[in-house]
Design a protein around this ligand. Structure first.
Ligand SMILES: [Zn+2]
Ligand SMILES: [Zn+2]
Ligand SMILES: [Zn+2]
Length: 772
């Protein structure tokens, strides 16, 4: 019997369907190589919902091939499912890549943008390489994806690279199996790809990318502010060691105190500015390249005005080839802050940016690869080995999250008022948008609509149900109504916070949910923000809260911490001796108006907000009377507290109405004020304040867990961006043997609200269906 005959007798074929992030990640070239290794003929194609493969050959080889699909997948791929079906073998003799196929009603994840890979970085600085110093170098392992993709399946004609036709050299790479750029849809080179130019043009320079880069580097070194078009929008760049430049940037951007992020090229440079733990180093160098909040190194070259009064600074490593080239030329840390006017979304178009940033930037570095999606830098910090998201965008969105209870109907959760994201849901897949911003102006509203349309198009999703916050007046509530869907579900803000954490952990049982937050409308019409729930995905019962105080001036209280302090003072007529700093510092007439608002209950809503309690403590301690940006006082208190050990002050638990419990902050604020007048240091008191909150919350949560017979506690809400509070409370609860769930893949802050809203609505719809 000859070998050929044996092979013929055992020849088999299979159709393999791979679902997950498998387009735009070098998957087709990888599969091609794998098929050749196992002597298989067949084909592969991208389709709207998956990657489809046909292989023919020996059964053992096919099995090895299918195993290799998952075991050896390229670094950027994320495989959710591999399904294979036997097929009758044809008579194929080669393995080919077929045209992509569009299929109605099918969807798949889209890869986020990825930082420059090591191989491309090497070529970028190799004088012998044809892409030496080419600012748009990419390969199948790196570069823009989400920000250039119009629609799926992923092919050049559906990206903003379509207008650049590959030259012969590039096309050869694109067509050569085994080449790193085989089927790289963003492939280009200096001869055929996008290019840079500066505005205003330098009359003495040759108008090409290299000269544009050089003049930008010179301007930055000379202390100028340059608006640079990047991946997902413009950055405003400036020399982070130049005090005057950074002060000028603040003045022009009308941004007095909110910290700026800094970019450097190497980990070593990051270490010269800040302390970097192993975990932080990993994040800095990860392909997602987020801004990582690090503890400043005293005496570093950073200008004071980069992050005034804070002990932390946000640092990121260069992630595009353009950044690498610029950082290499300037050799100084650069402030890289969003190219926008205060409160507006980041600018993405050349003309748009030159108009909007005209008063801020001295010059522009522009390019001609259109930005399809606005995409801010992501921001994270590390709290004892746990990554805490402060903003989730570039590198992470639009990768989907799962919902533990699938929604029987497609839905959109429109998200909160501030730090908005939205979430589109199909079944158990939740597509959480990148950070959109505060829905307080028309520009951000336009950004919302554009991003929503892009998600619907990319994921081919038409929602039937809208999910919104309880608050009737929010812009997001109006958006939900304007969508014209047959059904709208309203979800309480802090239930959404708790549900977001439950859902990302796949937890469907009941738990004790703690939400420590700024502001959200409660179902009693008051402002909530320090809540203890017994909750699951679909329901909640409020069992504890911070004692209510009236906030004179309503929303103004979030900007002026002394207002919250007065609200608490009004609860105890014997307390003024502890509030002397506030009483002395605030103008008598202004203060009186506020006190009258409280006593007459005029524009002085009840609030149980942990954010406002941090504000009140900051005011009592004399740390801050004024918030330049959301959460500033809390950040100052955390910075002051540092890591020093401290004992808690009294923060007693008292019975409230109908069996619930209150945490009473008045004794705590009085103790802080009294100790301050005795001359105890502010850092010591800031630390004791943090420990008081953690100890009080721990005691109440433990009591409620015991009462309800539950062993799991959820920590959620914007206050848990505070690493000290998160770490201390988690440690206290865990030392009691309680299981603690914290936000991991989404932020503790309102960036997670839309996903939480989606989780609640999906659970409700799920229950309706199972209990008709
Ligand atoms: Zn690369
Ligand atoms: Zn080329
Ligand atoms: Zn919130």
């Amino acid at each position: 019997m000859s070998t050929t005959v044996t092979q013929h007798e055992t020849r088999a074929a299979a159709r393999v369907f791979v679902h997950g992030v498998v387009q735009g990640v070098g998957f087709r070239p990888f599969v091609h190589r794998l098929a050749l290794r196992w002597h298989l003929a067949g084909w592969i194609r991208n389709a709207s919902g998956d990657v489809q493969i046909h292989v023919e050959g020996a059964p053992g080889d096919i099995a090895a091939f299918v195993h290799g699909l998952e075991a050896e997948a390229p670094p950027l791929a994320q495989i959710d499912e591999v399904r294979n079906e036997p097929r009758p073998p044809g008579n194929l003799t080669t393995f080919t890549i077929l045209e992509s196929r569009r299929e109605e009603g099918r969807r798949q994840p889209v890869s986020p943008d990825v930082a420059l890979c090591a191989a491309c970085e090497e070529e970028l600085f190799d004088p012998a390489n044809r892409r030496y110093r080419y600012p748009f170098i990419t390969c199948t392992d790196c570069g823009p994806r989400y920000t250039v993709i119009d629609a799926m399946p992923y092919d050049r004609e559906r990206t903003s690279m379509r207008k650049f036709t590959q030259c012969d050299a590039c096309r050869r790479e694109y067509e050569t199996p085994g080449d790193r750029r085989y089927h790289s849809e963003t492939n280009s080179c200096p001869a055929c790809g996008p290019h840079l130019w500066s505005a205003p043009p330098d009359p003495l320079a040759i108008p090409d990318s290299e000269h544009a880069l050089q003049s930008t580097a010179e301007l930055l070194k000379a202390g100028k502010i340059v608006a640079i078009r990047g991946l997902g929008g413009f950055h405003l760049a400036a020399d982070a060691t130049n005090e005057q430049t950074i002060a000028r940037l603040r003045a022009r951007k009308d941004r007095e105190a909110k910290p700026f992020a800094v970019m450097v090229r190497t980990l070593a440079e990051a270490r010269s500015l800040a302390f970097v733990s192993d975990r932080e180093a990993q994040l800095l160098e990860s392909r997602e390249r987020p801004i990582v909040l690090l503890r400043k190194r005293p005496g570093s070259s950073l200008a004071h005005w980069v992050a005034p009064a804070l002990d932390t600074v946000g640092v990121m490593l260069a992630y595009t080839p353009l950044h690498h080239l610029l950082c290499d030329m300037v050799r100084r840390p650069l402030v890289m802050t969003s190219g926008n006017r205060s409160e507006e979304p980041i600018a993405i178009g050349n003309e748009d940016a030159q108009r909007v940033l005209a008063e801020i930037a001295d010059a522009f570095l522009l390019h001609d690869r259109e930005i399809v999606a606005r995409y801010d830098d992501s921001v994270v910090r590390v709290a004892e080995e746990s990554t805490v998201f402060l903003r989730r965008a570039r590198g992470y969105a639009p990768l989907p999250l799962k919902l533990p209870l699938a929604s029987p109907r497609p839905l959109v959760a429109v998200g909160p008022h501030l730090k908005n994201t939205f979430t589109l849901v199909h079944g158990a897949d939740a597509y959480v948008s990148q950070h959109i911003g505060d829905l307080e102006n028309l520009e951000t509203l336009d950004h919302w609509r554009a991003a929503f349309d892009a998600y619907r198009r990319l994921f081919r999703l038409e929602p039937e149900v809208a999910v919104r916050d309880l608050h009737p007046g929010y812009m997001s509530t109006r958006i939900a109504g304007d969508l014209g869907l047959e059904r709208i579900i309203a979800v309480q803000h802090h239930h959404a916070h708790v549900a977001a954490v439950l859902a990302e952990h796949g937890f469907t049982d009941r738990a004790i949910g703690i939400a420590f937050d700024g502001t959200g409308l409660g179902d009693d019409g008051n402002i909530w923000g320090a809540e203890f729930f017994e909750a699951d995905l679909g329901t909640y019962r409020r069992l504890g809260q911070l004692r209510y105080a009236r906030m004179p001036g309503g929303d103004l209280a979030a900007r002026e911490p002394w207002r919250a302090a007065l609200g608490y003072l009004a609860l105890d007529p014997d307390a003024p001796h502890a509030f002397t700093y506030v009483l002395d510092a605030v103008n008598y007439n202004v203060r009186n108006v506020a006190l009258q608002q409280i006593s007459r209950r005029l524009n002085a809503p009840y609030a149980s907000s942990m954010g406002r309690l941090f504000d009140a403590a900051g005011a009592v301690l004399g740390v801050s009377l004024d918030n330049q940006f959301e959460g500033q006082t809390a950040m100052l208190l955390e910075s002051l507290a540092g890591t020093r050990r401290a004992q808690p002050l009294p923060f007693p638990m008292v019975p409230g109405s109908s069996g619930s419990w209150l945490l009473d902050p008045v004794p705590l604020l009085i103790a802080l004020g009294e100790l301050r007048t005795k001359g105890i240091g502010i850092p010591e008191l800031a630390a004791r304040f943090h420990e008081s909150i953690a100890a009080g919350a721990d005691e109440l949560a433990a009591l409620l867990a015991a009462d309800c017979g539950l062993g799991t506690v959820v920590l959620s809400g914007g206050c848990f961006q505070n690493a000290r509070l998160l770490v201390s409370l988690r440690a206290r609860l865990e030392s009691r043997g309680l299981h603690v769930l914290i936000p991991r893949r989404l932020s503790p802050n309102d960036g997670a609200i839309s996903y939480g809203q989606a989780a609640v609505a999906a659970a409700l719809l799920h229950r309706e269906r199972s209990q008709p």
